[in-house]
Design a protein around this ligand. Structure first.
Ligand code: G4P
Length: 190
């Protein structure tokens, strides 16, 4: 998505070998016009699919998921993160390890918001090691729901998340695919 790549080139900041800061437009301050275009683009890419709802994980997945839900006219559910050891009943639950934060969170979705047989589209801001999406896949499996695809705003192709999803035969659409951060510059996969 050209508009997104241009914005990453203009406002993204590379930190070290493998982190891209996009907090001026995506995951701290949010640019609603860009996010609206992102939602429209996901809606176009998944237009042929039968989608009952969109799932994401709090917090940074919520903005792209909501704009996609708006474009597709379907509800959006975000998995909540919980560090506590006492967990409520009536939730689907999975562990998600964050490589960047080196912590494990439980993510959970109330049974009322994900039912057997529902067709869901997963949306997230970054695909890095794929832990967040794997957690959502585990939850959909528990609920006996079907994943019709995964939409990612920014994919870092040099980390292992994409491979995990390809190995499962899931349709993945990424709006910006980053090949490397050579000398602090973002290189996109052409
Ligand atoms: P994953 O997202 O593919 O599971 O990979 P990883 O465990 O490495 O990522 C952990 C967290 O860091 C995730 O956010 C993910 O979105 C974010 N992240 C990964 N790579 C980058 C990057 O290059 N830049 C930025 N800005 N974030 C990155 P999270 O822990 O779920 O936090 P939240 O911000 O959604 O609350």
């Amino acid at each position: 998505m050209k508009l997104l790549e241009e914005r990453i080139r203009k406002d993204g900041r590379v930190l070290g070998q493998d982190v891209l800061k996009v907090d001026t437009f995506l995951n701290h301050q949010i640019d609603p016009e860009l996010l609206s275009a992102i939602g429209e683009e996901f809606a176009r890419l998944f237009a042929g699919k039968n989608i009952d709802k969109i799932l994401t994980v709090e917090s940074s997945g919520i903005a792209p998921a909501v704009f996609t839900g708006l474009a597709l006219h379907v509800p959006v559910v975000f998995a909540r993160k919980n560090k506590s050891l006492t967990l409520p009943d009536d939730v689907w639950i999975a562990d998600v390890y964050s490589f960047t934060k080196q912590t494990t969170n439980h993510i959970m979705i109330d049974h009322r918001f994900l039912k057997a047989g529902e067709n869901v589209l997963l949306i997230d801001d970054f695909l890095a090691n794929g832990q967040a999406i794997e957690g959502l896949l585990a939850i959909t499996q528990q609920a006996d729901a079907q994943v019709v695809g995964v939409g990612i705003v920014i994919e870092k192709t040099f980390q292992k998340g994409r491979q995990i999803l390809d190995d499962r035969g899931i349709q993945v659409e990424s709006l910006a695919r980053i090949q490397s951060f050579e000398s602090g510059q973002v290189q996109f996969l052409s």
